[in-house]
Write a protein that binds this ligand. Structure first.
Ligand SMILES: [Zn+2]
Length: 142
């Protein structure tokens, strides 16, 4: 038998990332703050483009990829399916920080860990992209 908790309120766990813990609480076992889900690996930023699924959001991220031949950048984007804990309750159009987790389903291996507020631009239009990284030499040469 497990003893009853002595702490009056179950506070959010320290997930090891420098993020603000959500104010609300939830009983989702896949919530990194209130469940038992560890987060490790990549931490990315993106914009929520869909919340139609149950506790899963589509997070889109744009990045610039350097083309050495033309000395220009091309815009690339990738969509991640990320678990959306109910305590965060992020709406469509918000910037979020997602952290890598173990695979939660076939396509979900990220979890939203922070709501960064409304995005400055909608994803459908021109989204501001992160500062371009220095191109790696000889990358993707045939
Ligand atoms: Zn939670």
């Amino acid at each position: 038998m497990t003893p009853t908790r002595t702490t009056p309120a179950r506070r959010a766990r320290d997930i090891g990332l420098d993020v603000r813990a959500p104010k609300a609480r939830c009983d989702d076992r896949h919530c990194p703050f209130h469940g038992r889900l560890p987060v490790r690996g990549q931490v990315l930023e993106g914009t929520v483009v869909s919340t139609g699924m149950q506790r899963t959001a589509v997070v889109e991220r744009t990045l610039l990829h350097y083309i050495p031949k033309f000395e220009r950048y091309e815009k690339r984007r990738r969509r991640y399916l990320a678990h959306a804990p109910p305590c965060l309750n992020v709406p469509v159009g918000h910037r979020v920080r997602i952290a890598e987790t173990r695979p939660l389903s076939k396509l979900v291996s990220f979890c939203i860990v922070e709501d960064l507020g409304e995005a400055a631009h909608r994803v459908r239009g021109e989204e501001p992209v992160e500062t371009p990284v220095a191109p790696a030499a000889g990358e993707e040469s045939p």
